[in-house]
Write a new protein. Structure first.
Lengths: 502, 98
């Protein structure tokens, strides 16, 4: 493998202007495949979810999944696209073992949705509009396992094994128009676009869009042109960049690589490239086929799709609030900064906090527990917040117990620990562990008297008017009661006993 | 006349993974050229009033509910496979060493 002397990012941008095109494939969350009734359930044993249609056996006929079409229209509408009044599927012909039919059923010159945009918000709040070229319906391919090579890669493999459970799962491919004018922020725009698209897809409920599960995959097309020129340079296409961070890194790497090639007088080859997670680099794949080599033609086995205007309008009315609009609304309602909101989003806590507030908590408390104690525990466990064994309703109950004074923060953390350990609802944990705050004067009185007796010097200072010193005695009482005392009441009792006004 | 050249036939044969001998290329190029010529005459007859047709039936929106139907068993699915391993279709090396 040849190593490239990269040009630094700053130097690359000093001479060149990046133009990007992003292609995102989203696996829909339908129960069945796009053109047959086979299940799409993940994790099934190999080749247990296939039929003559998705195996491409002679005589089988596809029929399109109604929810697949509906999801495509919803995505198109949410991306402000026009929805085709009439469109067809097309066969994309190629020989490769991942597609047993030897063609992929896709759409070619008649996508179901076209000409839209998605506004994405960068971390500093700047909004960048990404124009959408098209969104079209197609199907996923089978899963290959390469055997015999050193690293499970296709190069050097002696043979490959195919599981066609995934072949035929509905995909929507969303293609941007060339993204120009992002300049040095191009990698950041790419990442923000994919992140926003993912939020949108999730909000529409058409897919869980989990990138780590391959439910959403991104190809990054990138070219450079000398600053001040119009004509696009030759592009490279980095395939299957499958995390938000990787999208940003791939774009950044390609900018530096292209700049290195161009500034040394070389030319960029139009090719696909593979992204390497370990070091963020890309390496050459195959030289890109020309489109006509796929010999697209209208799929004769499927009739055209003609979404009725009334139906499209009905779907438009049913669209949820767009994620960016919703986030900005929540940010104002919660009174948090752009930066904090970004952290909440990155932590996957937006919906959890919303649900906790809906269950009765105030915004500040809901945010405090999810972004504090719970985020810490999720981090420790190496899991998502949503995967923690605690519900928003339970968190809201903890907030309520704190608000009414039954728990202090220290005890609340123990209650959360109990809930996470499967000890039941917060009230059950409080009862079982005996965690309620003690504010009963007779129970606290002894501890207060002992604290005063053991700290005579401090008690004298307080008697002499140094009320601030009471904190030390409160601390002693808290320690003696293992944190279960009502600190405010303890303070009152101490001052009362010492004859001082609070 | 649109027609098709011998080079185009060779290219298509490669894309379709068909191994054609030189004389076959000559033979098929001539035949395919005739067929394309014959089909092209349809567009001469069809005027503006005849829209392009990809389906013989005036049907649209034939869809199925998103309901699971039984699949083949893995054994049935693999029954026609020339080779199999680990309940998967076994295929020859896809890419050679670069």
């Amino acid at each position: 493998m040849t190593t490239i002397d990269l040009v630094s990012y700053e130097d690359a941008l000093a001479s060149y202007d990046p133009v990007m095109g992003l292609e995102v494939h989203v696996e829909l969350g339908t129960r069945t495949k796009m053109f047959c009734g086979c299940s799409t359930e993940l994790g099934a044993e190999p080749n247990s979810q296939t039929c003559p249609t998705c195996l491409g056996l002679p005589g089988s006929l596809p029929v399109v999944n109604a929810i697949g079409v509906e999801s495509a229209v919803k995505i198109g509408l949410a991306l402000h696209c026009e929805i085709a009044e009439w469109c067809r599927f097309a066969r994309k012909n190629y020989f490769y073992p991942d597609m047993p039919k030897n063609f992929q059923t896709s759409q070619y010159d008649e996508p179901i949705a076209f000409n839209g945009y998605l506004d994405v918000q960068l971390e500093d709040g700047e909004v960048f509009r990404v124009e959408i070229e098209r969104a079209h319906m197609e199907e996923d391919t089978g899963k290959s396992t390469h055997v015999g090579g050193a690293t499970g890669r296709i190069h050097g493999a002696s043979h490959s094994l195919l599981d066609y459970n995934r072949a035929g799962i509905p995909l929507i491919e969303i293609v941007t128009k060339p993204i120009e004018g992002a300049g040095e922020r191009a990698p950041e725009v790419a990442k923000a676009y994919v992140a926003e698209l993912r939020e949108l897809i999730k909000a529409l409920g058409v897919s869980e869009a989990r990138m780590e599960m391959g439910q959403m995959r991104c190809d990054v097309n990138l070219s450079l042109r000398p600053n001040g020129t119009e004509k696009f340079g030759t592009r490279s296409e980095t395939k299957n960049v499958n995390s938000l961070r990787s999208v940003e890194r791939a774009a950044r790497f390609e900018i530096m690589r292209h700049a290195a090639v161009l500034s040394s007088g070389g030319t960029i080859v139009q090719e696909t490239r593979h992204f390497h997670e370990e070091d963020g680099s890309t390496t050459a794949g195959r030289i890109k086929d020309n489109a006509e080599d796929y010999r697209y033609f209208p799929e004769p086995d499927l009739v055209p799709v003609a979404p009725a205007r009334e139906w499209v309008e009905e779907l438009r009315k049913g669209l949820p609030e767009l994620p960016r609009v919703r986030r900005n609304r929540l940010r104002e309602e919660w009174g948090v900064s752009e930066h904090d909101m970004q952290s909440i989003l990155n932590a996957g806590a937006v919906d959890l906090i919303v649900a906790t507030i809906e269950a009765g908590a105030d915004a500040a408390s809901a945010r405090k527990w999810w972004m504090g104690e719970l985020a810490r525990r999720a981090n420790e466990a190496g899991t998502d917040l949503a995967a923690l064994e605690i519900t928003p309703v339970q968190v809201a109950r903890v907030c309520a117990l704190v608000a009414e004074g039954s728990l202090n923060d220290k005890l609340a953390r123990q209650v959360i620990e109990g809930v996470l350990a499967g000890e039941g609802d917060p009230d059950a944990v409080v009862a079982a562990r005996g965690l309620a705050v003690v504010s009963d004067d007779s129970a606290l009185g002894t501890a207060v008297d002992e604290a005063i007796a053991a700290n005579a010097g401090i008690a004298d200072k307080i008697r002499a008017g140094k009320v601030a010193a009471a904190g030390a005695l409160v601390g002693a009482v808290m320690k003696a009661t293992r944190g279960q005392a009502d600190a405010a009441r303890v303070r009152e009792l101490i001052l009362e006993r010492l004859g001082v006004e609070g | 006349m649109p027609g098709i050249t011998r080079e185009e036939v060779a290219h298509l044969a490669r894309l379709a993974r068909l191994e054609l001998k030189d004389e076959e290329l000559d033979h098929f190029a001539g035949q395919l050229d005739d067929i394309i010529g014959a089909v092209a005459r349809v567009s001469e007859v069809a005027d503006q009033d005849v829209p392009p047709t990809s389906h013989p039936l005036p049907l649209t929106n034939v869809m199925r509910a998103d309901e699971i139907r039984p699949s083949l068993t893995p054994q049935e699915a693999l029954s026609g496979a020339p080779a199999q391993e680990q309940q998967r279709f076994k295929v020859p090396q896809i890419l050679g060493e670069d």
